[in-house]
Every structure is written in C-alpha cells, then in structure tokens.
Design a protein around this ligand. Structure first.
Ligand SMILES: [Zn+2]
Length: 276
C-alpha cells in the first residue's frame, strides 16, 4: 500500500527534528511519534532517513567539479544543504480530522496519496495563526499539512496521517482517471481525504488577487523538494490547488516554477522510479 509513505515521511521527520535540535520547542509539541494502528504496515522498506540520504547524496557527487558546470554546482549546494529548519506549529484540532476509510455511501476508499501545492497569499504567520484558531463551524475550518516560509522553514501544521482541509470542491485528474471523495453531505466531494497539502508563503507583491507575482525563493523550492523527497508520492501525483479546484476561483500557487521544482526533486536518490 502506498500508505507506507506516511511512515517514511514521519520517520524522516522525527530524525530531522532530533538532528535539528528540536527547533520546534518554542511552539507546539512535536508530532506524535505513533500512527493509528490501521496505518501501520508490515512491509516498511529500508529507505534512508534524512541524514543518511543527504550523506549518501553528497558521496555520490563528483569531487573535482572540473567542468565547473552550473548543474554540478547546484547539485553540490543541494547536497551540502542541511535539512531545512523545521518547526512544529500544530493547528487547532477543529481545523483537521481523520482520514476516512469509506466515503459517504459506504464505499471503501483506495486512493493513493497526492500532494497538493498551494500558496498562502497572506504571511506564513497569519496563516499559522488562522489554523491555530478554534473554528467550531465547518465552513470556517481550514488547514494545510505543511507550510514553507520565505526563508525555507517548514512548519508542520497537521500530522500527515490526518485529513487537512486544504481544498473545497475539487477532483484530481490523474493517471487513474478522476479521483474525488465525498465524506460530508453538506459539502461537495474533494481531494482532501487522500491529499497531502503543502503551501508556500506568498511574496510581498503577491498579497492580492493578481494572476502572478514575483514567485518563490530558492530556499522554498529546496525545502519543498526536500519535504516531498521524504515521501513516495510519485511525480504524476504531485499537483496544484489550481489543477484540482472545481470552483473556478483558485489560482494557487501562482508563478510556480514546476519545471525547476521537479528538476530539484529528481536529484534525490530516493525519488528514482517515482516519476511515473
Ligand atoms: Zn490553495
């Protein structure tokens, strides 16, 4: 089952948090180290954890860089980069829920995970404050699993095994055809049940509804690639809010350099074979 990526991601996260000296201490408690029993799988593959991956990647690089190519330099920079700064900033529990095993009609759900990319439009801090606010009304509840600040800091907001409320009326049109899940009679079906939502902090010139802005920082792209490299979500199941949205109102993430992002992501050895 593809759910093993949760394990892989969580193990990587725990290792990274420990190695980062628990920078998260100033905000919320770290993510729970245990998963619900139904998510525990027996065939967890011996994939490298964060630190090992970085080390292995560094070793695989040519030592001389005699050509001085920009690609080699970029590889080296990527390899030498420590895991991004990570902060746990858990949302209020009203803003997320459990992932459902069946839909509203009782059908058993088998969707593999997708990653959905967003942007905050406001500042990272204002988004975090919003998610930490208790929202008793269903229509006010909102969250991402993770948010990446302009400096590349990754904020963990909703545990990956939980269902974040990142998209409303939405469908993923992927290799397996249209996928969407209805879990609440009061709302249209959405991708939330099988989505991992990641949002990028919008630049200062993008705090508006214009079609484009100056884009995201190299640190944000690097952290996003690092984060998704901790998962086994294939490239073909990494999408955007704009692409899955059916309301016609979502454009995010605007000015996203998909080509550059996937080039970064594919440099991780753990991503080999996941492009399909
Ligand atoms: Zn969005």
């Amino acid at each position: 089952m593809a759910r093993r990526w949760i394990w892989i991601g969580l193990i990587g996260l725990v290792v990274a948090l420990l190695s980062a000296g628990l920078a998260a201490a100033r905000v919320a408690p770290p993510l729970p180290p245990q998963l619900p029993s139904q998510l525990i799988v027996s065939h967890l593959s011996p994939i490298q954890t964060t630190a090992e991956t970085s080390l292995q990647f560094l070793k695989s690089l040519p030592s001389g860089d005699s050509d001085g190519t920009s690609a080699a330099k970029a590889d080296l920079q990527l390899a030498q980069a420590a895991p991004p700064r990570q902060v746990t900033a858990l949302a209020d529990p009203s803003n997320y829920g459990d992932r459902y095993a069946t839909d509203i009609d009782g059908r058993v759900l088998h969707n593999d995970f997708i990653a959905v990319l967003h942007e905050t439009v406001g500042s990272a801090q204002s988004a975090i404050n919003l998610f930490r606010t208790h929202h008793p009304r269903d229509q006010d509840q909102v969250s991402y699993h993770a948010l990446i600040g302009r400096d590349g800091t990754i904020y963990y907001i909703v545990p990956p095994e939980k269902r974040a409320f990142g998209a409303g009326n939405s469908v993923f049109n992927g290799p397996n055809g249209p996928e969407t899940v209805r879990t609440n009679a009061a709302f249209p079906p959405s991708v939330n049940n099988f989505a991992y939502h990641v949002s990028l902090e919008t630049p200062g010139d993008g705090m508006n509804n214009r079609r484009s802005h100056s884009g995201y920082t190299p640190a944000q792209y690097a952290s996003l690639a690092w984060l998704l490299a901790q998962t086994t979500i294939p490239d073909s199941r990494i999408t955007t809010h704009q692409a899955v949205d059916r309301s016609g109102s979502r454009m995010d993430p605007r000015s996203f350099n998909g080509q550059g992002f996937f080039a970064l992501l594919r440099r991780y050895p753990t991503r080999s074979g996941l492009s399909g």
